[in-house]
Ligand binder design. Structure first.
Ligand SMILES: Nc1nc2c(c(=O)[nH]1)N(C=O)[C@@H](CNc1ccc(C(=O)N[C@@H](CCC(=O)O)C(=O)O)cc1)CN2
Ligand SMILES: Nc1nc2c(ncn2[C@@H]2O[C@H](COP(=O)(O)OP(=O)(O)OP(=O)(O)O)[C@@H](O)[C@H]2O)c(=O)[nH]1
Ligand SMILES: [Mg+2]
Length: 442
């Protein structure tokens, strides 16, 4: 395996720039290192030296330290050297380091080696990347947890269940004259249900990625003229959207980003939903229904100053079974009694603080789904879990129809897939996909 080198801090004019060398030739760098004007002798590992780097093209005052493999980040011999933060110094030092037969590292190559040398598994390698890329502190906490613990505990629950199932199925395959009794059948079904639930829970945590990066999608829906755009403006604290007493004012979808109590939110105002002859308005209404389907949280508005009608009922039906806050607006002109989560008046501000609190609670509910357990899956992991889930659902559906030796094959397939997540089983393609996203030096 080649010995590799790369800056592990940005190569900008800055206070300090650090490089890392990893591999069997790493300690050859001693040739360029001096302490108290003398060549470095009796090298101590994990000990910080202050000395000089003197090569053909540069000399600099440096700090450096050595890790003896396998006790290093990569598992190989590692040296780190910090130079004064001028890219020219480091570029020239690198040129001289190349002369020792050491080459520039590819993006992610250090972490890839840490994986290949068994220092970390694939989930942890990905956690390193996610830790650097996270855009929110929840994301950072979760990535760190993943770096320290991996997904082992989650995976072993699923794995143990699959192995259990397999033992039942394989016992039957070995003794086909014995029938699977009701008891065994029930046992298998329960186990399958457990696995399905676990998988669904894990896959759901992937949504957290979106909550952290794009924000939680909150759509405001309701009949025309109930005050959707007024509420949008109120929440945005600016007159972003046109408000008028004419029903059908908003015909387009309007999206804005805000923070509610520190959470990134994508707030969506929609066209009022009603039966309309107007072609343009119809398109707007179709969009509203679509947005309603995509939203994480729905704010459904109803007008307390007017009798409810069929359209209101229709909207109730559309939002039923969704994460919805039922809001009675225009309480300042209240005419009807209506069972809702909160009564507000966008005009006077009455009840709006209470609405904020409800929204905050709902967001917390969503976000804590993954956050508290610290298991936010990334796209690759989600994808593998979805494949497993598909197979398991198939297994369940086909259990009575299929021969057990085929079920055994399916279960083995799932167990193999799980090994793909941690990297017990991997292909070059999987590694390439993961590590080329990394920055150089990581
Ligand atoms: N200067 C520097 N800072 C850094 C890193 C680094 O590589 N270099 N890291 C890189 O991302 C992170 C820290 N992660 C690290 C993980 C393992 C080892 C390491 O040497 N592990 C050995 C020894 C363990 C020990 O003795 O405590 C090992 O696991 O055997 C070092 C850093 C963040 N900060
Ligand atoms: N009295 C009172 N009037 C309100 C309140 N909220 C909004 N309105 C008025 O209701 C009318 C409709 O408000 P909009 O915000 O445009 O309603 P909308 O739901 O966006 O309507 P469309 O875009 O047509 O679907 C405007 O004249 C607002 O000033 C409220 O709390 N009390
Ligand atoms: Mg509107």
């Amino acid at each position: 395996m080649d010995t590799i080198v790369a800056p592990i801090t940005p190569l900008f004019r800055s206070s300090v720039i650090t490089i890392r060398i990893s591999g069997s030739k790493a300690f050859d760098i001693k040739k360029y290192l001096y302490v108290n004007g003398k060549p470095l002798q009796d090298l101590k590992y994990r000990y910080v030296y202050h000395g000089e780097f003197i090569s053909e093209n540069v000399e600099d005052d440096c700090v450096f330290y050595f890790f003896k493999g396998p006790n290093s980040y990569t598992g190989e011999d590692v040296v780190e050297i910090s130079f004064h933060g001028n890219p020219l110094i480091v570029q020239n030092a690198l040129q001289d380091i190349f002369k020792l037969g050491i080459r520039l590292a590819e993006p992610g190559e250090f972490t890839k080696r840490a994986f290949l040398n068994g220092k970390i598994d694939l989930v942890q390698a990905e956690a390193v990347y996610e830790l650097i890329e996270s855009r929110s502190i929840t994301g950072i906490h979760a990535s760190f947890k993943k770096l320290k613990e991996g997904l082992q505990s989650q995976l072993s629950i699923i794995k143990d269940n699959l192995i259990d199932l397999l033992s039942v199925v394989e016992a039957y395959v070995d003794f086909p004259e014995e029938d699977l009794g009701d008891y065994e059948l029930q046992y298998v079904y329960n186990k399958l249900d457990d696995v399905i639930k676990n998988l669904q829970f894990l896959i759901k945590s992937f949504e957290m990625n979106r909550y952290n990066s794009e924000g939680v999608k909150i759509a405001i829906v309701g009949k025309p003229n109930v005050g959707k755009s007024s509420l949008m403006n109120y929440l945005l604290r600016e007159n972003r959207v046109i408000v008028s007493e004419i029903p059908g004012t908003t015909r387009d979808i309007i999206e804005e980003e805000i923070f509610i109590k520190g959470y990134p939110i994508k707030l969506i105002d929609t066209a009022g939903i009603r039966e309309s002859a107007d072609q343009l308005e119809k398109i707007g209404i179709e969009f509203s229904k679509k947005k309603l389907g995509e939203a994480d949280i729905i704010l459904a508005l109803f007008d307390l100053s007017d009798e409810l009608d069929d359209m209101d009922e229709e909207i109730m039906k559309l939002v039923k079974n969704k994460e919805v806050v039922i809001i009675g607006n225009k309480v300042d002109k209240k005419k009807i009694e209506f069972d809702c989560d909160v009564e507000i008046s966008v005009k006077t501000g009455e009840g709006v603080e209470q609405l904020f609190e409800i929204i905050e609670k709902r967001i917390k509910n969503l976000v804590s789904l993954g956050g508290e357990n610290g298991m936010i899956l990334n796209e690759r992991q989600k994808f593998v879990f979805e494949e497993i889930l598909d197979v398991i659902i198939g297994v369940k559906e086909n259990f009575e129809k299929r021969t057990l030796d085929i079920l055994a094959v399916d279960l083995h397939y799932c167990l193999n897939k799980i090994s793909e997540i941690t990297g017990e089983i991997y292909t070059e393609d999987i590694l390439k996909n993961i590590f080329t996203k990394f920055c150089i030096g990581k």
